[in-house]
Design a protein around this ligand. Structure first.
Ligand code: SF4
Ligand code: SF4
Length: 274
């Protein structure tokens, strides 16, 4: 069983109780305007470029099996149409002007990293958090990871936007100790405008999990001018009260993702589309 991840962060203290290891799965069905991890959105590995770091050595030109890179007037030019995202260029770029984001890993490889920190989980009441991207977008991989954690008595949290068929949520919910459930906007039209999708499924899944007694922490990104208006926050609070959800975490906005959009050759819509 394999899946695609883009990071494993150790000693995390903001992704659930105690000291945790957070595993970031790649791929997300939403396109939130403010997303600060644009490299998490595509389900496949990607190439990120920092041309200002390039020293023009040409090593990447020779390493590329697709012939996608050329040196033109001392500048490296990459043909992204030909690029197969293999990462061979990044492996030889000692100036770190090229980076491959995302790698295919087995469940055993992830668990080997996770298990290194079991003493910290035990000491702090921590565990593992599966985040993304959207972890539910790789349901078989996620389920296998959750089961592997359960077998080792490691506490599990899933940080999700909730945008997945109920059948997917239902198939793995019994292996999850805590849902960190992102809730952005209650107004359906606003949700569609700022995330690219309706929130009907998200709200239905949230309700279904709450009715079945699952531990849920709501996570609300506080995005100036989008999610932070009084009416939206009041409605989220009312829904939490109705569903018996006792913890709501606010996630502050920060623009650290803007530079990543440039490295991916994309526009940061938050800057241009408001
Ligand atoms: S290997 Fe890195 S530093 Fe050398 S030419 Fe390619 S991008 Fe520039
Ligand atoms: S990722 Fe692979 S295919 Fe793409 S430019 Fe680098 S070496 Fe070439």
């Amino acid at each position: 069983m394999t899946g695609v991840i883009f990071d494993i962060k150790k000693f995390s203290i903001h992704d659930g109780p105690g000291i945790r290891t957070t595993v970031f799965l790649k791929g997300c069905p939403l396109r939130c305007l403010w997303c600060h991890n644009p490299e998490s959105q595509s389900p496949r590995p990607e190439l990120m470029l920092r041309p200002q770091r390039c020293i023009g050595c040409g090593a990447c030109v020779n390493a590329c099996p697709e012939g996608a890179i050329a040196l033109q007037d001392g500048r490296v030019v990459t043909d992204m149409e030909r690029c197969a995202r293999c990462g061979a260029c990044a492996a030889v770029c000692f100036a770190e002007a090229r980076e491959r984001v995302g790698r295919e890993v087995t469940v055993a490889e992830v668990m080997a990293e996770v298990e290194q920190d079991v003493p910290f989980y035990d000491e702090s009441g921590g565990g593992v958090t599966f985040s993304g991207g959207e972890p539910l977008a790789q349901p078989d991989f996620l389920r296998a990871l959750l089961i592997a954690c359960r077998e080792r008595e490691i506490h599990t949290a899933v940080d999700t936007c909730g945008f997945a068929p109920w059948e997917v949520v239902d198939s793995l919910r019994k292996h999850v100790d805590l849902f960190l459930y992102d809730l952005k906007l209650i107004d359906e039209a606003h949700h569609r405008r700022f995330t690219g999708a309706s929130n009907a499924l998200i709200l239905a899944n949230l309700r279904a999990l709450a009715e079945r007694g699952h531990a849920i922490t709501l996570r609300v990104p506080v995005i100036p001018g989008i999610t932070d208006d009084e009416e939206n926050l009041r409605q989220i609070g009312a829904l939490a009260a109705e569903l018996g959800i006792q913890q709501i975490d606010r996630l502050p906005y920060h623009a650290i993702g803007a530079e990543k959009y440039k490295r991916l050759g994309r526009r940061y819509e938050m800057e241009v589309n408001r």
